[in-house]
Design a protein around this ligand. Structure first.
Ligand code: GUN
Ligand code: FE
Length: 423
């Protein structure tokens, strides 16, 4: 049945500004898609519709996390004293090895999915581990919660601890199992091909990943040009490649199917052109860049070049799962970066919001906006405890983004369905 929600509606059709509808209405059809949005009820087809008045609440698109590691959730907020490569070897790989144990995986993954729900992230692009059974478990937990996720069993067979490597054959077998169970058209939870990054994968592993993506027309995710030492290492591992991105491209892992690459801190010149040509999406992970990278990705420049950019938490390189916090890091980091160089303007609130909603959402389909035809992924925010004075609706949203947390999120919707707290 069609539903019409009345509230103060804020969203971004374009990155340069917010759409603000004071006491507006959004109509949602039986399939969970937006049928119309207006300040006038009469402008919407309200025949047979249930009208739900949300009063003085804010109604905004739900958050999307374009890059996050589920098995690193226990490490969130610890081990932040090293740069990327030693951080992986000393803290991250040992934690991920524990996911051979499905009991451990279930306990941790339940917490992880619960907390994504808590912070209003309804879609995410997730790295699991090499372990097929634990990855299946994570996918089932997302399904039970009703949340959208692209989940990757991780391909790794080089320069990692013994317990965190898998042969190419086993990797392919594991994927085939997950694909048979989860690769259904229109499913909210689907597999995504996930070679960890060039240093963890031999050419044979990369080739097999590219072949799987092509055979099943599955999307691809990985890491790109995140840290200086990593970029140098890749030059020695793939000397034939003209740039880091080209090393993926050679194996069919760079836009041959929809592709998202995390970080791109050191992307320039040829790599930037290749990203643009292939329509590869960038997952900007500012909290993680501040913690384990060696610089921040130049997002304003990416915008000028017309690249597609969304936001990622990158837990546990990033220490915070809450994408509203990640928006703030994106803005603050861009201020340090561009103010110092006096060359470009820092990121604005609407740009950060757009990256977390409509732009990141585009990787999952028509997600992240309230324009007609978009899937209704939404959050109802009761900011009365933050709203002690007369603020405009935009100021209320800005205060929520900077000061709010899960306590103000009253309802969460994914594809039109209200989602209760996962068990
Ligand atoms: N590069 C390869 N693996 C990882 C990871 O787990 N986190 C981050 N931030 N970068 C990586
Ligand atoms: Fe990452």
């Amino acid at each position: 049945m069609k539903k019409i929600y009345k509230a103060h509606i804020l969203y971004t059709k374009e990155k340069s500004r917010f759409e603000v509808l004071e006491n507006g209405y959004v109509a949602v059809d039986a399939a969970g898609r937006v049928a119309g949005v207006s300040v006038h009820l009469a402008a919407l087809d309200s025949k047979d519709a249930e009208v739900i008045d949300l009063g003085d609440r804010l109604l905004i698109p739900a958050m999307n996390d374009l890059h996050v590691h589920a098995p690193q959730y226990r490490n969130q907020g610890i081990a932040m004293d090293l740069e990327l490569l030693p951080w992986l070897q000393n803290y991250t790989f040992p934690e991920e090895m524990k996911y051979a144990d499905t009991g451990y995986a279930e306990r941790m993954y339940r917490r992880f999915v619960h907390d994504l729900w808590r912070f209003g992230t309804m879609r995410s692009c997730v790295f699991a581990t090499i372990h097929t059974e634990s990855t299946r478990l994570l996918m089932r937990l997302f399904q039970e919660a009703g949340m959208g996720a692209l989940v990757g069993k991780v391909g790794m067979n080089r320069d990692c601890p013994e317990g965190l490597m898998e042969s190419v054959e086993k990797m392919v077998q594991g994927y085939e199992t997950l694909i048979a169970e989860f690769n259904k058209p229109d499913a909210l939870v689907r597999p995504i091909i996930t070679p960890r990054f060039i240093p963890s994968c031999t050419p044979e592993m990369l080739r097999a990943c590219g072949e799987l993506a092509a055979k099943y027309q599955l999307p691809v995710q990985s890491h790109l040009s995140e840290n200086k030492d990593e970029v140098e290492l890749v030059k020695t591992l793939e000397p034939e490649s003209t740039c880091y991105g080209d090393a993926y491209d050679r194996y069919g892992l760079f836009g041959q199917t929809p592709t998202v690459m995390a970080h791109c801190v050191y992307t320039e010149g040829e790599e930037l052109e290749l990203i643009k040509r292939r329509g590869v999406m960038v997952a900007h992970c500012p909290a993680s860049n501040l913690n384990v990278s060696t610089a921040i990705a130049p997002i304003r420049q990416f915008f000028e070049e017309g690249l597609r950019v969304g936001l990622g938490s990158d837990v546990s390189g990033g220490h915070n799962l809450n994408i509203f916090r990640v928006m703030v890091y994106a803005i603050q980091a861009s201020k340090l970066h561009y103010q110092r160089n006096h060359d470009r303007h820092f990121l604005t609130l609407s740009e950060a919001f757009w990256m977390a909603t409509k732009s990141a959402g585009s990787f999952f389909g028509k997600v992240g906006s309230f324009e007609p035809g978009y899937e209704f992924d939404a959050l109802v925010i009761d900011d009365s405890d933050l709203n002690h004075d007369h603020y405009s609706l935009l100021e209320r949203l800005e205060r929520y983004i900077y000061l709010g947390d899960d306590r103000q999120i009253e309802k969460r919707f994914c594809r039109g369905k209200e989602l209760g707290e996962p068990k």
